[in-house]
Design a protein around this ligand. Structure first.
Ligand SMILES: O=C(O)CCC(=O)C(=O)O
Length: 289
């Protein structure tokens, strides 16, 4: 590493440790962003494979209308070689290996299309939903449009990851947000939140304990697309999703994972096919179970 490169690496690590996030400005090229947008449209058209909760568009429906039906598709990397390859985008793995360690695996992707009027997601910590044993969960949120306050960019409470505490969660009926539970009772003020406005192609890399949210797309200027991928240290077991019967809880390790850097110390276990791509419920028709 040259002195300059190593200084950049130190800056990234310092900022990540202090704030709980770093922004990689325009890490993906405009061509890569265009390809991901085109793949997002194919997913919404149902051309990539089955997605739970998805309905095939009526014949003749305009692409614009088709993509606006949905808020978020979970696990698009399970039906798309491009989304799967993007998990291991070099600009992202380069930073992940500096923050997490040499061996990194991915377990989740989420494709947000978020047209005008679609809700945001209330305050939450990703580790609440995806618990790692070593607290290494890290997100790479790739903006596929310029993300602005108006169209529903991410917001973060800088430094809120540092206590390493997971706050309680509850259901809510706040119309601004989708049906995902919200975190509450945390010692940070709304006024301290910062809007993470970033140009398309930029990546917000953030810690699994960082409190973050997004607001609705209230703009009249189009979609706010983003691809959010989740990673962790390959050394840590992942006690996520339902544990199969008969396995001791301490041994449960979710293995529907993709190795994106280094070695997998648990390669001898093989991988499984567990995650099912599906549409996230937004507030259409309410959030009743
Ligand atoms: O993109 C959004 O609107 C919300 C994303 C988010 O909160 C997440 O990826 O954890």
């Amino acid at each position: 590493m040259t002195g300059t490169t190593s200084q950049i690496a130190t800056d990234i690590r310092d900022r990540y440790q202090d704030d709980g996030y770093v922004i990689l400005d325009r890490a993906l090229s405009p061509t890569e962003v265009d390809e991901l947008r085109a793949e997002a449209l194919r997913a919404c058209r149902g051309e990539l494979g089955a997605i739970g909760g998805h309905e095939l568009p009526p014949p003749g429906e305009a692409d614009d209308e088709t993509i606006r039906r949905y808020l978020c598709i979970h696990f698009p990397h399970k039906i798309s070689a491009l989304f799967r390859a993007t998990l291991a985008h070099p600009a992202i793995t380069d930073v992940l290996t500096q923050l997490i360690g040499p061996n990194v695996k991915a377990m989740q992707s989420m494709l947000f299309t978020k047209g005008e009027g679609k809700p945001g997601q209330a305050w939450h910590q990703d580790e609440f939903f995806i618990p790692t044993r070593d607290r290494s969960l890290t997100a790479a949120w790739i903006a596929l449009d310029d993300a602005t306050v108006e169209n529903g960019c991410l917001w973060a409470l800088p430094g809120s990851h540092r206590r390493g505490v997971l706050y309680p969660d509850r259901e809510h009926d706040d119309e601004r947000f989708d049906c995902t539970n919200e975190a509450y009772d945390f010692p940070y003020r709304e006024e301290d939140a910062v809007a993470l406005e970033v140009p398309a192609g930029s990546v917000v890399v953030f810690n699994g304990y960082l409190l973050h949210r997004s607001l609705p797309n209230t703009g009249g200027h189009g979609l706010r697309r983003a691809l959010a991928n989740h990673y962790m240290s390959a050394e840590s077991l992942l006690p996520w999703q339902e544990k199969p019967e008969g396995i001791h809880s301490g041994a449960w390790d979710y293995r529907d994972v993709v190795q994106v850097a280094g070695q997998d110390p648990y390669a001898y276990k093989g991988t499984s096919d567990i995650a099912v791509p599906h549409i996230r419920r937004d507030r259409d028709g309410g959030c009743a179970k």
